[in-house]
Design a protein around this ligand. Sequence first.
Ligand SMILES: [Zn+2]
Ligand SMILES: [Zn+2]
Length: 393
Amino acid sequence: MSNLTEKLSTLFEAHKEEFKELNEYLYNNPELGLKEVKACAAHTAILKKYGFEVETGFAGLPTAFIGKFTLGKDTPKIAILAEYDALPGVGHGCGHNIFGVTSVATGIMLKNIMESENIQGQILVIGTPAEETNGAKVDMANQGVFDNIDVAMAVHPGGEAHFRSGSSQAMEAIQFTFKGKTAHAAGAPHEGINALDGVLMLFNAVNALRQQTIETARIHGIISNGGKAANIIPDLAVANFYVRAKTLDYLKGLVERVKNCAKGAALATGTTLEMMNYETSFADLVTNKKLSETYEKNLRSLGVTDIRSKESGGSTDMGDVSHCCPAIHPNFPLTTKHLTGHSVEFACASIAPEAYKGMKEAALSMALTAIDIFKDPELLKEIKEEFNATFKK
Ligand SMILES: [Zn+2]
Ligand SMILES: [Zn+2]
């Protein structure tokens, strides 16, 4: 173990009770997206306590924040992103309590080491609300928050083992509203226009479309309004869909095809159709390989050997960040067992004593990766070259 690693390890142990207290406080006070008032206050309080310059209401979002620490001039800017929103019914079933604490812990340890070792750089701990719904990182990306940041990192809790930063699906959330005309369903059906038929034909057309898409694409929907009574021809029917694909380019074409299914259904049934995005759309996650390798090298330096790869079928607002600056989004284990996401078991695992082992490994690896970048301009150059080759064609 290097001198720096030992110092970071000692720092983590010295602060462990405080990190644990914050983690359990968040677990006991789960708040839904954009309502994370207590979580935002708790994260900013600890950052202030350790000397970060803190701003709440960051990027025009009341429960977002930024904590800054700078040493030196014109030094690299590294963002550590924190999530802290919960889910309805299962509290912190996605573990965003320990997600937030890990990011704040990384920032606090990093600042301490930078000061004691005179390592120059800039750390930004950014609190990003509502990952599960409206994805504040998308708003922030649109406002240019990540455009002049050199590197962004965020680690998500999970089960089993450490997982490398991989990919996630680009996603668009579309609502289809079909409008028709009510009539007695038995007495005068010919006088009605059936909005529910519009929705049903949309589903059938989408089911046919599935065979003609690439395997990894996902189209899934629900009927959120299917009429009021079986003896009334419905004049209003609504379906909510998520359309997902590996790349934004493919998604764009796929969304057009799904919309054409809806237009065809409206034409066939004589209904009128309205389409809108009912939630924020997410870009796909593009992992910066050089940055990911650096994080993995640091994990291994801590003695971690079980590091796996996996493909995600889901989507995250970290995707949008990865299109603005070099980024990674690996997973760290709360337990050696498999965990199902968005479950009560997941929430319980986030405060179990063994959770702090994976958390410590992730926080130390993020801190060591930041130090590598601060100390080695060549490394940052390589990371940026890879990013530019991917996005600035
Ligand atoms: Zn999550
Ligand atoms: Zn989640």
